[in-house]
Design a protein around this ligand. Structure first.
Ligand code: F6P
Length: 530
């Protein structure tokens, strides 16, 4: 624990009972606790962070040498040091930037070449007889394109896109039902081309295509770093779009893993998405910490999670088309920073990354906001809202959406006192003890922190900005916590045990060696399997 963290803890102790609303008594609160990147506004004035706390948070950035580590990432240094790899998803959106060297070799010609091949292939698919595209992948090979295809539906003028991820046969069965095998393209998206869920689904899709008159030889494409394995699966090289191990799975939608998105919205709109990401990279590299959105977002997150001790964070896009964004951010944040060991091997001595969850507004308001407003746990909220929607004829819907979004952050901060609740109940005709009892149920503690990200409209460029903003936020947080945000060893044990359980579940091996609970569950399943 360094003096920087001690100072922040002391700031928390000193200010935890202060009202956030009272901070607005100081002139300029709203304008000095927000920042802009291009035409995107990040408002963090509805938090308990004041100028002294902010100064103390900035010292974390300096102490962890975030700027130097950021520059090392962009320059292709092997900062993923438990896997000995560079971290260069930013090179995939470096549309007009200079060379990027990995081991002395410029990777940009390869990136540009693959992008050009993706563009021609996407154009071909968009102009041909293909009506449906099925992307088979999981985790980073699914969540990004699935989220983005939904987000950019107003720009979707290509074939329909479907996403199959779960190994549960229900997922692929429900997806393929009703599709025409003769006009369906299957994209097998897997960085490693070994992931059991994806390979099982890919084989099932191949059998379906063969059985239903499609041509698996020409209607399959692959997105992977393992080109030899794609060949073994029977996908010819001209429909394999490769990438390098310096692109992490959850950071990969900017390259080949984004092919389904490119087919959906077209290469020009995909370019705009890349440009949005690139614009955020430039901002992240150039803006001072006090104006730097990824750094500020990260510091607000650290204040809430590691200093105040709030265990979770809700992502609340008031944008129906971003309904998959909480899932996407869940992997981005929790697979990156859900770790208990630092780069050095030492134990992380503060809490690791928070639990991220959420849903699109206003749906969440009618589900879990009760807990956010009156539960005993504080859940910092991250609201997102576009100034404009894509439905000019339904502007009254959009105004209601905006009003709801702003109302929630105001209500969380302002709350409702017992006196205010009493006055309300009195006006409703209650008296005496019943008034008192009823009033207590209508009190809102308030003083619950939130931030709001506002943008003009959800177009491809803006989506690119948002995704890159959150990627960099996770990076900054990881650097400050001393974590390697780019490995994911925590997913391995479950995979290994699933492999060892498979023959037991299939009845080819007995369950000796397994614990009593696992044996009993296997036994129950065997007794009830048809
Ligand atoms: O869950 C572990 C993981 O490796 C993720 O990091 C990754 O996005 C996902 O599995 C899929 O991996 P692949 O693209 O290699 O199939």
């Amino acid at each position: 624990m360094t003096p920087h963290w001690d100072r922040l803890r002391a700031r928390f102790e000193a200010t935890q009972d202060r009202s956030i609303l009272s901070l607005f008594d100081q002139p300029g609160r709203a304008t000095s606790f927000n920042a802009q990147a291009g035409d995107m506004l990040f408002d963090y004035s509805k938090t308990n962070i004041d100028a002294d706390t902010r100064k103390a948070l900035f010292t974390l950035v300096e102490a962890a040498e975030v700027a130097a580590k950021r520059d090392a990432m962009f320059s292709g240094a092997p900062i993923n040091d438990t896997e000995g790899r560079a971290v260069l998803h930013t090179a995939l959106r470096n549309l007009d930037g200079g060379p990027v060297l990995v081991d002395g070799q410029d990777v940009m010609p390869g990136v540009r070449d693959t992008l050009a091949r993706m563009r021609s292939y996407a154009d071909l698919v968009r102009s041909g007889p293909i009506t449906d595209v099925v992307n088979i992948g999981i985790g980073g090979s699914d969540l990004g394109p699935a989220m983005a295809v939904a987000a950019l539906s107003p720009y979707h003028d290509g074939p329909r896109c479907h996403f199959v991820s779960n190994v549960d046969g229900a997922h692929i069965a429900d997806t393929l039902r009703g599709l025409d095998a003769k006009t369906t393209l299957v994209i097998v998206a897997s960085k490693t081309f070994t992931t059991i869920e994806t390979m099982t689904n890919a084989r099932t899709a191949k059998a379906w295509m063969q059985e239903h008159g499609g041509d698996a030889a020409s209607q399959f494409a692959a997105l992977s770093t393992a080109e030899d394995k794609t060949r073994d699966f029977g996908i010819p090289a001209e429909r394999v779009f490769g990438f390098e191990d310096w692109v992490g799975g959850r950071y990969s939608m900017w390259g080949p893993i984004g092919l389904s998105l490119m087919i959906a919205i077209g290469p020009a709109a995909f370019d705009a998405f890349l440009r949005g990401g690139q614009a955020m990279d430039t901002h992240f590299r150039q803006a001072d910490v006090s104006e730097n959105l990824p750094m500020l977002l990260s510091l607000v997150g650290i204040w809430h999670a590691q200093v105040c001790g709030y265990a979770s964070r809700a992502v609340l896009p008031y944008d129906q088309r971003l309904s998959r964004l909480p899932d996407y951010f869940q992997q981005l944040e929790m697979e990156s920073n859900g770790k208990g060991v630092q780069m050095s091997g030492a134990v992380v001595d503060v809490d690791s990354g928070p639990i991220v969850w959420g849903a699109a507004g206003t749906n969440g308001q009618h589900a879990f906001y009760q807990l956010i407003h009156q539960g005993t746990r504080v859940v910092p909220c991250e609201f997102m809202i576009a100034a404009d929607g894509h439905e000019p004829d339904l502007m009254h819907h959009h105004q209601l959406l905006v009003a709801n979004c702003l109302a929630q952050s105001e209500a969380l901060m302002r709350g409702r006192s017992l006196d205010e609740a009493r006055a309300k109940m009195e006006a409703a005709g209650f008296t005496g003890e019943e008034l008192e009892r009823q009033a207590r149920h209508r009190v809102f503690a308030g003083n619950r922190p939130s931030v709001t990200l506002a943008y003009p409209t959800l177009d491809p460029f803006t989506l690119g900005q948002i995704i890159a903003l959150y990627e960099h936020r996770v990076f900054v947080e990881g650097v400050i916590l001393g974590i390697n945000s780019f490995d994911q060893w925590g997913v391995e044990l479950g995979k290994e045990l699933a492999t060892s359980l498979q023959p037991i579940v299939e009845g080819e091996q007995d369950a000796s060696g397994k614990d009593g609970s696992t044996k009993a569950l296997v036994d129950f399943i065997h007794r009830h399997q048809a």
